[in-house]
Design a protein around this ligand. Structure first.
Ligand code: IFM
Length: 450
């Protein structure tokens, strides 16, 4: 007999996207240049030489996309706002046409009974702000607050769920440390300063959003991992603790009022020469501004082995595990462990999974369908893990699949497909994949048979 898995009555099911990955229209209606426009227009940065200039052309096709969401029974939609559409120079003059686009989008969602979850920053920083120092400069955090003010003043009467930032670790360390994301800087001192200013801007913006949006629930989304040692050796334990500090605790601790973890600041200094001279007296209190929920982006776990030399710890691939096209291990039980850890260690009152999904290579079959069996299995296993966590008392309130549709996967261009809707980028045709069809049933039944 299959086991019936049922979620709590008010559990929200949705899907997520981000502006640069789907919108296109990179220079229309007064939009300014973003760091991702500049980065993708620079030869050699993106694996397939592609850009987000057109992407899914969602800027022009948003009504059809919302109709598709409605047909799939989506209850919530997480999308991000392109800062340079609102403030082409990053600060100063507001571009009304940019705000109008998101105003229509929000109304379109509400008219279809879909709750908007707005992310203010999903990596498309106005290039003008980057030219003035980018996230390593404190002034960018101040500019973010003015931007959050402009957006929440316009949409705050209808939008109640606000996410300040998406994955600060990625924005800071891939963008300014390793240089594989925009703006392509390789400087760990700058990356650490960027991470700090992103968190600071989050803390400063939270009360501003609340002032503009009476029923606002404000949160932040982090990319989090279950990190385990490869063996019981003290060396591997230490390496796992370091990676956990770098990826998870560096963000969770200050957000939840515990300041920056000292073992990680020491590690940063030892391994990357980072000085924490960018932290001003009251910053840790600002970062710890009360928030209503935590957004968790979960994709994989890390099994860690100590490095030979005193360098960054290494993630190893476990034999017999399944891996996605990103090379990420499929590890649903680690989602269960992570959610429990967040609940018991940080006492978080409300959690949403704001992203979870998998890249697999999809083909359109002769019957015109996309039989993405592995993605369906991935989602099912992760939904089950989330359900188990709820049984343990974890206050998980909703789940957003990444992604609503195939899109521009950053440095990988269009070579990785994460969607539950297939996109033919030449014809801009959409096909709901088998995973999307199955997801429609899950939403309708608020659960599934295991
Ligand atoms: O596509 C990204 C998204 O923008 C942020 N989280 C991870 C996804 C998959 O890499």
């Amino acid at each position: 007999m299959p086991e019936r898995i049922t979620f709590p009555q008010d559990f929200l099911w949705g899907a997520a996207t981000s502006s640069y990955q789907i919108e296109g229209a990179w220079n229309e209606d007064g939009k300014g240049e973003s760091i991702w426009d500049r980065f993708t227009h620079t030869p050699g940065k993106i694996i397939d030489g592609s850009t987000g200039d057109v992407a899914c052309d969602h800027y022009h096709r948003w009504e059809d996309d919302l109709d598709l969401m409605q047909a799939m029974g989506m209850q919530a939609y997480r999308f991000s706002i392109a800062w340079p559409r609102i403030l082409p120079q990053g600060r100063g003059q507001v571009n009304q046409a940019g705000l109008d686009f998101y105003d229509r989008l929000v109304d379109g969602l509400l008219a279809r009974g879909i709750a908007p979850f707005v992310t203010l920053y999903h990596w498309d920083l106005p290039q003008a702000l980057e030219d003035a120092g980018g996230w390593p400069a404190r002034a960018t955090a101040e500019a973010f607050v003015a931007y959050a003010d402009a957006v929440s003043a316009r949409l705050g009467d209808r939008v109640t769920r606000w996410i300040t930032h998406n994955e600060p670790w990625v924005a800071a360390f891939l963008g300014y440390g390793m240089g594989v994301h925009a703006p392509g800087v390789q400087d760990f001192q700058k990356a650490a300063a960027a991470a700090h200013h992103i968190l600071l801007s989050h803390g400063w913006a939270a009360p501003v959003i609340r002032a503009n949006s009476a029923d606002a629930q404000v949160g932040i989304t982090l990319n989090l991992y279950d990190v385990a040692p490869a063996s019981p050796s003290p060396q591997d334990y230490r390496a796992a603790r370091e990676l956990d500090g770098f990826l998870n605790r560096w963000f969770l601790d200050p957000i939840y009022g515990r300041h920056y973890p000292q073992d990680v600041t020491a590690w940063f200094e030892r391994v990357h020469g980072v000085q924490m001279n960018f932290v001003a007296a009251d910053d840790v209190n600002s970062i710890a501004a009360p928030i209503d929920f935590l957004g968790v982006n979960y994709y994989t776990r890390h099994v860690v082995r100590a490095p030979d030399e005193d360098n960054a710890p290494r993630t190893i691939h476990t034999e017999d595990s399944e891996f996605t096209e990103m090379g990420w291990e499929v590890a649903p039980r680690s989602l269960f462990r992570l959610l429990n850890r967040l609940h018991f260690e940080y006492h978080i009152p409300s959690i949403y999974i704001t992203e979870n999904g998998a890249a697999f290579s999809d083909i359109v079959s002769e019957d015109g369908r996309v039989h993405d069996r592995r993605r369906l299995a991935y989602l099912k296993a992760h939904f089950k893990a989330a359900h188990d966590a709820i049984q343990c008392g974890v206050p998980l309130n909703g789940y957003f699949v990444w992604s609503l549709m195939d899109n521009f996967e950053w440095a990988f261009g269009y070579t990785k497909r994460f969607g539950i809707i297939y996109v033919d980028f030449d014809a801009q045709q959409r096909i709901i994949k088998d995973s999307g069809r199955w997801y429609r049933e899950v939403i309708a039944r608020n659960g599934f048979d295991d």
